[in-house]
Design a protein around this ligand. Structure first.
Ligand SMILES: Cc1cc2nc3c(=O)[nH]c(=O)nc-3n(C[C@H](O)[C@H](O)[C@H](O)COP(=O)(O)OP(=O)(O)OC[C@H]3O[C@@H](n4cnc5c(N)ncnc54)[C@H](O)[C@@H]3O)c2cc1C
Length: 427
């Protein structure tokens, strides 16, 4: 049974949409098309940390080799903390579980996610404008309208179009995203552009913890493939001023980041110098950090049909602040859960399948969103006094353990025993 042959339309080909497409291949959904607004696939020029919980899923898709080829290797710990002012070591968090976190360029992750999907399922340059809910005996429950004037029919629509989702808006949600109070400055430093001692330090994931600010450095890639670089993310408190969109992203002068960290330790000054060396125009990415409150429900059913509906996945459903590195990881988990449920649901009642999916995922994604917000406060510090006192990286690690040790495939197997009609030896 299930919805194996239904026409499934994925809106959005970011890391969430592409993960769902991989999951649908893995699960055996037969009729899936992805629509991405951009004329070409692309990701923001930045690094990403994919943690154990999501790597378990990607490995099930068969992407381990492809991913590890472009990822960091054998990192000594999950994260190391240093004081912003004197660079003093404050403690570290050990890696959580196997497979370990993989740190890589976002474009390389996207490349891996593209590897196995048939080109015939990818539709680029398709900006979704609206979705028609067709009445009665029409050929399709839903018609997607794209800005180029083309249309596509679907039985099930998956809105993977990010925090600004048009699908979400089309479903009638009118809430606004919330500004977090912080912006992020993002850029890369080549190790050759750093003094040896700082380069050695930044071969680890390092967090320079400062007052209402922190600078996080992810050692992405590896030497073998010459993809190794220090991906810098400066989380800085700034007033919102004139920014009015959560997608606000532009290139900013590196000087603006330097203003924030002028009196920070020599290692951070080395990072600024390294950023300048790698940026001919003296600029880097700057993005205002937004998050939405969790939604009560993620789906809408077609009124006159029990096997048609629209559902949200990824940032459109469960956006989060990035302080536990989980936005993409949650989308990867959600993707395998939804695809498996759609493929193996025991009857043709889509509402029941969606409800089961939401009950499986929402408590976890709500909790990750909540604890990520809290982690952001812990990652920086309200006053210099709190910098070393009361700061306990071990406790920070304990707080995150439940996230990384989770196995969505096991959870599906246990909770889905009564409602899914399959025995998958891969699970
Ligand atoms: C500073 C920072 C660091 C982060 N670090 C991490 C990390 O280390 N680990 C982690 O797991 N997460 C991290 N995240 C979170 C992660 O980036 C997001 O959660 C993730 O990218 C969401 O993927 P998505 O596919 O749901 O949305 P998006 O990445 O926003 O993708 C949406 C896609 O939909 C397309 N689209 C939008 N509108 C339309 C339309 N109308 N029609 C057709 N297509 C459309 C867009 O072009 C885009 O391709 C970080 C986020 C930030 C801001």
């Amino acid at each position: 049974m299930g919805f194996e042959n239904k026409r499934i339309a994925i809106v959005g080909g970011g890391l969430g949409g592409m993960s769902f497409l991989n999951a649908s291949l893995y699960a055996g959904l037969k009729n899936v098309q992805l629509y991405e607004q951009a004329p070409q696939f692309g990701e923001v020029g930045a690094g990403v940390n994919i943690t154990s919980n999501a790597n378990r899923v990607l490995d099930a898709f068969g992407l381990q080799e492809s991913m590890t080829a472009k990822s960091s290797r054998q990192l000594p710990c999950y994260m190391e903390y240093h004081n912003y002012k004197d660079g003093e070591y404050l403690g570290h968090i050990d890696e959580f579980s196997y497979p370990p976190a993989r740190l890589l360029h976002r474009a390389h992750l996207l490349d891996s996610l593209k590897e196995r999907v048939p080109k015939s399922s990818l539709n680029l340059g398709k900006h979704l404008a609206s979705v028609d809910r067709n009445e009665g005996n029409s050929a399709a429950p839903y018609t997607l309208h794209f800005e180029d004037g083309s249309t596509a029919d679907a039985d099930i629509v998956i809105g993977c179009d990010g925090i600004k989702s048009n699908v979400r808006r089309d479903m009638g949600f009118s809430d606004s995203p919330n500004y977090s109070g912080q912006v992020v400055y993002r850029g890369f430093v080549e190790y050759k552009d750093l003094p040896q001692e700082t380069a050695d330090l930044l071969r680890k994931t390092v967090n320079f913890r400062g007052p209402k600010r922190h600078v996080l450095v992810l050692p992405i890639g590896n030497k073998e493939t010459q993809t190794d670089r220090a991906a810098v993310i400066g989380f800085m408190s700034e007033p919102l001023e004139a920014w009015d969109s959560e997608s606000w992203m532009s290139r900013s002068d590196i000087d603006s980041l330097q203003e924030h960290v002028r009196d920070w330790c020599p290692q951070v000054q080395d990072i600024i110098t390294g950023l300048r060396k790698g940026s001919p125009d003296g600029k880097m990415l700057k993005q205002a950090l937004y998050v939405r409150d969790p939604l009560d429900h993620w789906y809408e059913m077609k009124k006159d049909q029990k096997d048609a509906g629209i559902i949200l996945l990824g940032d459109s459903a469960h956006s989060t602040l990035p302080h536990q590195g989980q936005g993409t990881c949650m989308a990867i988990e959600s993707g395998i859960a939804l695809a498996t449920i759609l493929r193996h649901w025991k009857n043709d009642n889509l509402q029941e399948a969606f409800a089961f999916y939401q009950a499986l995922r929402k408590p976890r994604t709500d909790k990750v969103t909540q604890t990520s917000s809290e982690a952001g406060k812990l990652a920086s510090s309200d006053s210099p006094d709190q910098m070393t006192q009361n700061f306990n990286p071990e406790a920070l690690g304990e707080r995150m353990k439940w996230i990384m040790e989770y196995n969505v495939l096991e959870d599906l197997k246990v909770k889905g025993a009564e409602v899914l009609d399959f025995h998958d030896s891969r699970l």
